[in-house]
Design a protein around this ligand. Structure first.
Ligand code: MV4
Length: 678
């Protein structure tokens, strides 16, 4: 086995590979770009080498620098992860020439699967089922017309060198074929530099079912069953699961054997995925083979109790596969959701910026922490931590959330709960969208096909709902009490020790106003005003036209348990500047707090007085009588609600008279100083 490997990737896959290497006692070398000097994958590896500037072509795609880094660090092998150089046959050859093991298939297998039409010809010879179609070298338009007419409409034209849905045209009628063919060829030559096309019968409601295969250098090849990746959006997978719902054992074996035949036909070694397209009736056809470890491999690991990166390392080191086909049973059900920094309400536009806060679901294991044979119920593979940036240079994936259940129903319930507990502040994410998707009818019934998201557009993109009472109550409690909960160390009987705002002489009422940023983003303009009247150890909450009894039960750093009219309510509040992010009931509400103190005095200069925006104590007087000041200069500092608030000059002007001294108690609305704007 290797003693040191280089991981030629970044993000979650680099961290995931590092986790297995660590478990096996293999040292790891990270490579990174200038944008990733502080990245998690650099931190989790034993060594790290800078490749170059942020753009991938200057860093993660620089095969020459990666090989240099491997040699300089004494690594024996290179794990390419997925994307970047993982399916680059030339890079695999250059590694071998440099005496390094490329942890992936032989260059010949990659090349054989690189061209769609050549791969289909090979598959035909290996008796792997193909969609009725034409994939010959003769590209005569009249021949293609005859073939399309023979296949029967609708047909699909595909660029032979294409992938990911690019260079495809559906043709409904014979008379439309020539125009579509010309346009498909134009796109193929400009996108892939090769205008070869193939023709296939077009399946109207297909499922994407792929088989994980593994081969070693001793002639063994097994399948680790299927994944259903039908839930996609513009050819980007959104949810993946294993096993495929409704898959009978005989079809599973038939697809598995077809996938092994496909791998053997190209002399495959290592981890690979054979992609099939399946009709609703279960008939299936070879589409393409991905000659790498895939993003969605964890669902296979969970149901088979394997560590596929460990298998990759063993195979690359010349060892035989750890298990035989008859030892690979399916245990339970696993689902993966890809959590992205993107905005579903804005056409899934990537969202870049700093991940200010990331609360992950309770009891989640990170990247296979623990025993592969006894999978954690919830696993998170992530390459970022709170404080990290999602930059425009790379894929904006934040994490993969993978859950396991004894059956699909349990896995689904765990996924919904885990999504509700996954809190992100600082960036727009697809978490709420994912939650609607897994809780939706179509996915729950496993009515899967590649059109699921588009067909259910209305229920997946509901109009923004106003923040519920629970969210307002949590926000109110957070501002009134969180961060300074009544300390159990203080004498609980001492009315002066509390921080709840209770007054001996009369109750104290506070009005808080919020703008709902979550629904404003979707076109609404909800504003809320709530009243909090402080009692001895509770509040009366006035909101949505009624009064409610409100109590704080526990506050674990913003994770609040409250009682609202006697009902237990839980939620988490995270503050980012003026915005309170309230997570409750599985939803994320963004309430922009209109803090009167934050902008104290801004509108008051006209009246010539600056007033106390809240009751409090003067803790510092900075301005002197008769002093000329510039706009924004601090004049007086007050303390209220255990926080300091600066009253600043609203404009350039003259401080005529300061009306209070340090230590004075000031009533709400009391003039603090006489001020004359310049
Ligand atoms: C098809 C098809 C229907 N009929 N081929 C899209 C990407 C490429 N990997 C294959 N693709 C398709 N090929 C025939 N003969 C429909 C698709 C397709 C699709 C396939 C898998 C997952 C999602 C998809 C979304 C749209 C279209």
């Amino acid at each position: 086995m290797f003693t040191k490997i280089l991981i030629a990737n970044r993000g979650e896959i680099a961290c995931r590979v590092a986790a297995t290497a660590r478990r096996l006692g293999i040292r790891t070398v990270a490579v990174y770009s200038e944008a990733d000097a502080g990245a998690k994958h650099v931190a989790v590896c034993d060594e790290a080498i800078l490749l170059g500037p942020a753009p991938a072509r200057d860093s993660y795609l620089r095969g020459d620098r990666i090989i240099e880094a491997a040699r300089a660090s004494g690594a024996q092998a290179i794990h390419p992860g997925y994307g970047f150089l993982s399916e680059n046959a030339e890079f695999a050859e250059v590694c071998a020439a440099a005496g390094l093991v490329f942890i992936g298939p032989p260059a010949g297998s990659m090349r054989a699967m690189g061209s769609k039409s050549a791969a289909k010809q090979l598959m035909e010879g290996a008796n792997v089922p193909l969609v009725p179609g034409y994939h010959g070298d003769d590209q005569d338009p009249q021949l293609i017309q005859r073939e399309a007419d023979r296949i029967g409409y609708p047909v699909l034209l595909k660029a032979s060198a294409g992938g990911g849905g690019k260079g495809m045209r559906v043709v409904e009628r014979s008379e439309d074929l020539q125009a579509a063919l010309a346009s498909c060829k134009r796109e193929a030559i400009s996108s892939f530099g090769d205008d070869k096309v193939l023709v296939e019968k077009y399946l109207t409601r297909p499922r994407h079912i792929e088989i994980q295969v593994f081969a070693d250098t001793h002639g063994n090849c097994v399948y680790l069953h299927e994944r259903d990746c039908s839930v996609q959006r513009r050819h980007q997978k959104v949810l993946e699961e294993a096993p495929a719902p409704g898959m009978p054992a005989e079809r599973r074996a038939a697809m598995g054997e077809a996938a092994v035949a496909a791998a053997r036909a190209v002399g495959y070694v290592g981890a690979g995925t054979v992609e099939f397209i399946a009709n609703q009736d279960g008939s299936f056809y070879f589409m393409e083979m991905n000659t790498r470890l895939q993003v969605e491999h964890p669902v296979t690991e969970m149901i088979t109790g394997t560590d596929l990166v460990e298998w990759q390392l063993r195979v690359a080191a010349g060892q035989p596969l750890p298990k035989r086909q008859d030892e690979l049973a399916i245990h339970g059900h696993a689902i993966e959701a890809r959590v992205y920094a993107e905005n579903p309400e804005k056409g899934f536009l990537p969202s870049t910026g700093t991940l200010r806060c990331m609360d992950t679901p309770a009891h989640a294991a990170f990247a296979l922490g623990g025993d592969a044979a006894a999978p954690a119920a919830v696993r998170i593979d992530s390459g970022v931590r709170a404080g990290d940036a999602i930059s425009p240079f790379y894929d904006p994936m934040i994490a993969k959330l993978i859950v396991w259940g004894a059956d699909r129903e349990q896995a689904l319930a765990r996924m919904a709960q885990a999504l509700a507990e996954f809190h992100i502040v600082g960036l727009a994410t697809n978490i709420a969208f994912l939650k609607r998707l897994v809780e939706g009818d179509a996915f729950a019934r496993a009515d899967l096909d590649t059109g699921l998201i588009e067909r259910n557009h209305a229920s997946l993109f509901p109009p923004a709902a106003p923040a519920p009472l629970d969210a307002l109550a949590l926000a109110g409690v957070f501002l009134a009490a969180s961060g300074n909960p009544a300390s159990p160390a203080a004498n609980p009987a001492d009315p002066w020790a509390g921080t709840h705002g209770w007054r001996m002489n009369g109750s104290y009422r506070r009005v808080l106003s919020f703008a709902d940023e979550s629904s404003a983003a979707a076109g609404g303009d909800n504003a809320y005003r709530i009243g909090l009247t402080y009692g001895r150890d509770s509040w009366t909450l006035d909101a949505q036209g009624a009064s409610h009894a409100l109590q704080l039960v526990t506050d674990d750093g913003g994770r609040l348990a409250i009682r609202l009219d006697g009902r237990a309510v839980r939620g988490t509040v995270r503050r980012d500047g003026d915005v309170l992010h309230v997570f409750c009931g599985g939803a994320h509400h963004q309430l922009a707090w209109n803090d009167p103190l934050a902008h104290a005095g801004e509108h008051e200069a006209a009246g010539g007085r600056l007033t106390a925006p809240m009751p409090g104590k003067v803790v510092a007087v900075i301005a002197a009588n008769g002093q000329a000041v510039k706009k924004g200069e601090p004049l007086v500092i007050m303390e209220a609600m255990k926080m300091e608030h600066t009253i600043a000059a609203p404009s350039d002007g003259l401080v005529e008279e300061v009306l209070y001294q340090v230590g004075d108690q000031v009533a709400d609305g009391a003039p603090l100083l006489a001020f004359k704007a310049a």
